[in-house]
Design a protein around this ligand. Structure first.
Ligand SMILES: [Zn+2]
Length: 368
């Protein structure tokens, strides 16, 4: 498996499928927002879809591309908590912070802001739903490690739909509380077995499908990410009011930490598959702004040529037609991060700016 992936050479032909982006994107406001976060997804991770996907990567369907600086308020290299808080609340804060500023004070997030305007809201992740990235969209705690507190705050959040892992933070807790009961009292249907296609549109829904994390793709997660996203979209559509949906490919980051290229590439291609179905939806509806980005790069990942030997000066010789992914760190890096946008007001997202500007640009796009 690993070899098959690593030794595959470039199969990307260079011609791109056409996506009919409406010409009035400069003036028209979007109704819905879909924010897609590939945790740890730097440019090399994104690039791997162009070399290791059979067929065209969905990343190639975007025309509007920007770059963000992702430093946190206290460090040059951010973590997911500070990164997600910058997207959710429009501020830079310290590494480890979930929805709080440098003084550990709660800062309103985009979910809270839009739910006051009658938006439906949803979160999907391949980590536990209490992990740093999704947590920053509904919780306010001083440390990302306080996952039981984060789980508790789901019940007081306006979230209508969520899917991910993390059952152990909702039941069998150290404090003995049963958060699943509390969520049901707040109008949630909680599903802990599998993704159910037919759901009661009059209720809120939580899919908590793993004790902690969702399985890796290479361990059989299947199409959870795309399926749960499709279920969320049809739930929102039937309820007939605008929506904000955040979907995270959480484990691209973990594969980077592990320096495992086949883990990374399979997670990245899973994200690309979900992305394809989101773009199909946005293209069909014409009223949805899709923004794709990452909190930071993980692993110092790069797509190198295969080393074939050494010349007389002791320098490596390479086969530039065979890509061998390599890593330079087991941590995060400071690389600038790509932003891709599609739909009404997508032009707001071109250029160079800060991670915290994503939040501001979404508000400008919505005129809110
Ligand atoms: Zn990480």
């Amino acid at each position: 498996m690993a070899l098959a992936i690593l030794m595959l050479s470039c199969n990307y032909e260079g011609s791109r499928p056409k996506l009919a982006e409406k010409s009035d994107t400069k003036s028209k406001k979007p109704l819905n927002i879909i924010l897609l976060i590939g945790d740890g997804m730097g440019l090399s991770q994104l690039s791997s879809s162009f070399y290791f996907k059979v067929g065209h990567p969905n990343f190639a369907r975007f025309k509007t591309i920007g770059l963000i600086n992702v430093t946190s308020a206290n460090l040059k290299i951010t973590d997911s908590a500070a990164g997600a808080t910058s997207f959710a609340s429009g501020i830079k804060t310290y590494n480890g912070a979930i929805g709080v500023d440098m003084n550990k004070e709660p800062i309103e997030n985009i979910v809270e802001l839009l739910s006051k305007e009658n938006y439906q809201t949803g979160l999907i992740a391949t980590s536990s739903i209490t992990h740093a990235t999704p947590a920053a969209f509904y919780a306010h705690v001083a440390s990302r490690d306080w996952e039981e507190q984060i789980a508790e705050q789901m019940s007081s959040s306006p979230i209508d739909f969520f899917a991910g892992g993390g059952l152990k933070f909702f039941q069998n807790r150290q404090d003995g509380k049963n958060m699943l009961k509390l969520l049901e009292n707040k109008g949630f249907d909680i599903h802990t077995d599998s993704l159910v296609q037919k759901i009661d549109k009059s209720k809120r829904h939580g899919f908590i499908l793993g004790e902690e994390d969702m399985p890796k793709m290479i361990e059989g997660r299947g199409d959870f990410l795309m399926k749960s996203t499709q279920i969320a979209l049809s739930y929102f559509e039937d309820n007939n009011s605008p929506f904000f949906l955040m979907v995270e490919g959480s484990q691209i980051d973990w594969a980077g930490h592990d320096n495992e290229a086949d883990y990374l590439i399979t997670e990245l291609l899973d994200f690309d598959q979900m992305l394809g179905s989101v773009l199909d939806y946005a293209e069909k509806e014409g009223n949805t702004l899709v923004v794709v980005t990452a909190d930071h790069e993980t692993g110092g990942f790069t797509l190198s040529g295969k080393i074939t030997g050494q010349n007389s000066k002791g320098e490596h010789e390479h086969d530039y037609n065979v890509i061998v992914p390599t890593f330079s760190t087991t941590g995060h890096s400071a690389a600038l991060i790509p932003v891709l946008a599609f739909g009404p007001q997508s032009s707001q997202f071109s250029g160079f700016y800060q991670n915290s500007d994503i939040y501001n640009k979404i508000r400008i796009a919505l005129d809110k």
